[in-house]
Ligand binder design. Sequence first.
Ligand SMILES: [Zn+2]
Length: 244
Amino acid sequence: MGRYQAEAVVVSVKDWGESDRLVMLFSRDMGKISALAYGAKRPRSQLAGGMQLFSHVEVSLLPGKVFEQVKQCEIKNSFRNIKEDLSRMAYGMFMLEVLNELCPERQPESELFDKLLAALTLLGRKNPRLVALAWAWQVLGEMGLSPRLDYCVFCGKDSEIARFDSRSGGCCCQTCGNENNMVMINAETILFLQVLSRLDWMSPPEFKITGSTLVQAERLVLDYLIHCLDKPLKSTEFIRQVGR
Ligand SMILES: [Zn+2]
C-alpha cells in the first residue's frame, strides 16, 4: 500500500528522539494508527501545529514496518478553547486516555469518531466533568464493557440496589453488597448513568443533578475503568492537581 489519507484526532503524543514525535491517531475509517512525525518538535515544521493533543487533522500517511510516517498534515480544528482552559484540558486528556486505552489499534469505529468530535466540541462549552464522565461511560459501552446496573449481579434481585462491585461487573443489593471496597450507589445515580448511556452528543439535554449524584457516578465509572484496565489512568492525577 502506498501513501494514503486519513481524517483523525490526535489522542496521544510522545517525544521521539530529539526532534520527532510519536503520535496515536484515532482515524474515522481505520481506528487507531501509530505514526511517527519526523521533525514535529521543531517549531517551524509543517507538522508542529497539527501533531498536538486534540488536533482534528487530515493527514497523509506513508505505511511503515512498525509505525506509519506522517508526511503531511492539515489542521481542521485545533480545539483551542479546550487547550486554553486548564480544567477543560485536564478532563479532555482523560477523555483521550480512556479512548486510547480501551480501543484496540486498527479497529474502525467511525460512529465513535463522530461522537468524539461532538464530545470535544461540547467540552469547550459545557461542564467538563459531565462531558468527560458521559464520554468514558459511552466508550465503555461501545467496547462492550457496560456493567449491569438493572439488577443485583449476585442474586438477581432488581430492588434495594445499594452498591456497585467492579470485580463482578455490576450492582448488588443491600444483602449481597456488604463489602467495604464496593462503591455506594443509589437509584438516582443508576438513572443518571442510564441517561448518559443514551446521550445524544449532537443535542444533549441540560442536566439537573445533585453534586452527590455526580460524585457517586464519577467514583463508580473511575473504579470500574481502573478495574477494566488493571491500572490507574495518568490523567486523573492532573485533574486532581487542577482542581486544587
Ligand atoms: Zn443480591
